[in-house]
Design a binder for this molecule. Structure first.
Ligand code: PLP
Length: 248
């Protein structure tokens, strides 16, 4: 096993991934959990399929994308046993093309309002696919540029997904939070509070409810605070290059 992994290290992305997995595993252990309790989703936005393929060949299976247009072109070029996550803001008019193009879409991390939940719910039915896992996106930093529901309304939206969207599986909560605020983890703590409220209101055991928080700059802190799903892009694939756009 170790020897096979060492051979796969020829690819720089595979080596970077192993380093991230090791750091994530140690952070999980510091929080009293097993390394396997935390999923690392490799966010490949702006990166070519060939690079993602190298990571797949090294054994990684959890991938995520953030732009629908890019996602629907890349996903069909990669193997079907990838567990894809859509992360971030999703427009309702793109829901159908996303679900149609990515049958192996495992989770949508970014249900920020009832409208998008309803669109997803209906699209699952009309495409005849199995129920889709979703996370409610919470805007914990209050920044206008970030989508997601206000923390004070997270229970309401979670309730809507769980009770009014029979084709969606409410898997947890997701947040982006302020960029690199590792010294002041208020946003992550706010998401932990939302989780406790939602679990209490809906009678969900806390260990069965996920938290998606933590990116390249802060995934270890997020794991220490209870994250079960971290979304790591640039630390694995290198800095993103946007043609004419600022990074988000
Ligand atoms: C791009 C993106 C990430 C990954 O960001 P890095 O800082 O490169 O790790 C995570 N989550 C969302 C929603 C993103 O759009």
């Amino acid at each position: 096993m170790a020897a096979a992994a060492a051979e796969a290290s020829a690819a720089p992305v595979a080596a970077a991934m192993r380093a991230v997995l090791a750091r994530a595993g140690r952070a999980a252990e510091r929080s009293g959990r097993a390394a396997e309790a935390v999923r690392v989703v490799a966010i490949g936005k702006t990166k070519p399929v060939s690079l993602l393929r190298q990571l797949y060949d090294a054994g990684h299976r959890s991938f995520g994308e953030n732009y629908v247009q890019e996602f629907v072109t890349k996903a069909p070029q990669l193997p079907e046993d990838i567990r894809w996550h859509f992360v971030g803001h999703l427009q309702s008019n793109k829901v159908k093309s996303l679900l149609a193009a990515v049958p192996n879409l495992d989770m949508v991390e970014g249900v920020g309002n009832e409208k998008i939940a309803n669109h997803l719910d209906r699209a699952v039915v009309s495409l005849g696919r199995e129920p889709l896992k979703v996370m409610v996106q919470v805007n914990t930093s209050g920044e206008e540029s970030k989508s997601g529901i206000d923390p004070s309304k997270c229970v309401e939206l979670a309730k809507h997904v769980k009770l009014a969207c029979p084709n969606l599986i409410l898997s947890g909560l997701m947040t982006i939070g302020m960029k690199d605020y590792s010294s002041t983890p208020e946003n992550f703590k706010a998401l932990v509070n939302c989780k406790l409220e939602v679990c209490k209101a809906l009678g969900i055991p806390t260990e069965q409810f996920e938290l998606s928080m933590g990116m390249s700059g802060d995934f270890e802190q997020a794991i220490e605070l209870g994250s079960t799903n971290v979304r790591v892009g640039s630390t694995i694939f290198g800095p993103r290059e946007y043609p004419n756009q600022k990074q988000n």
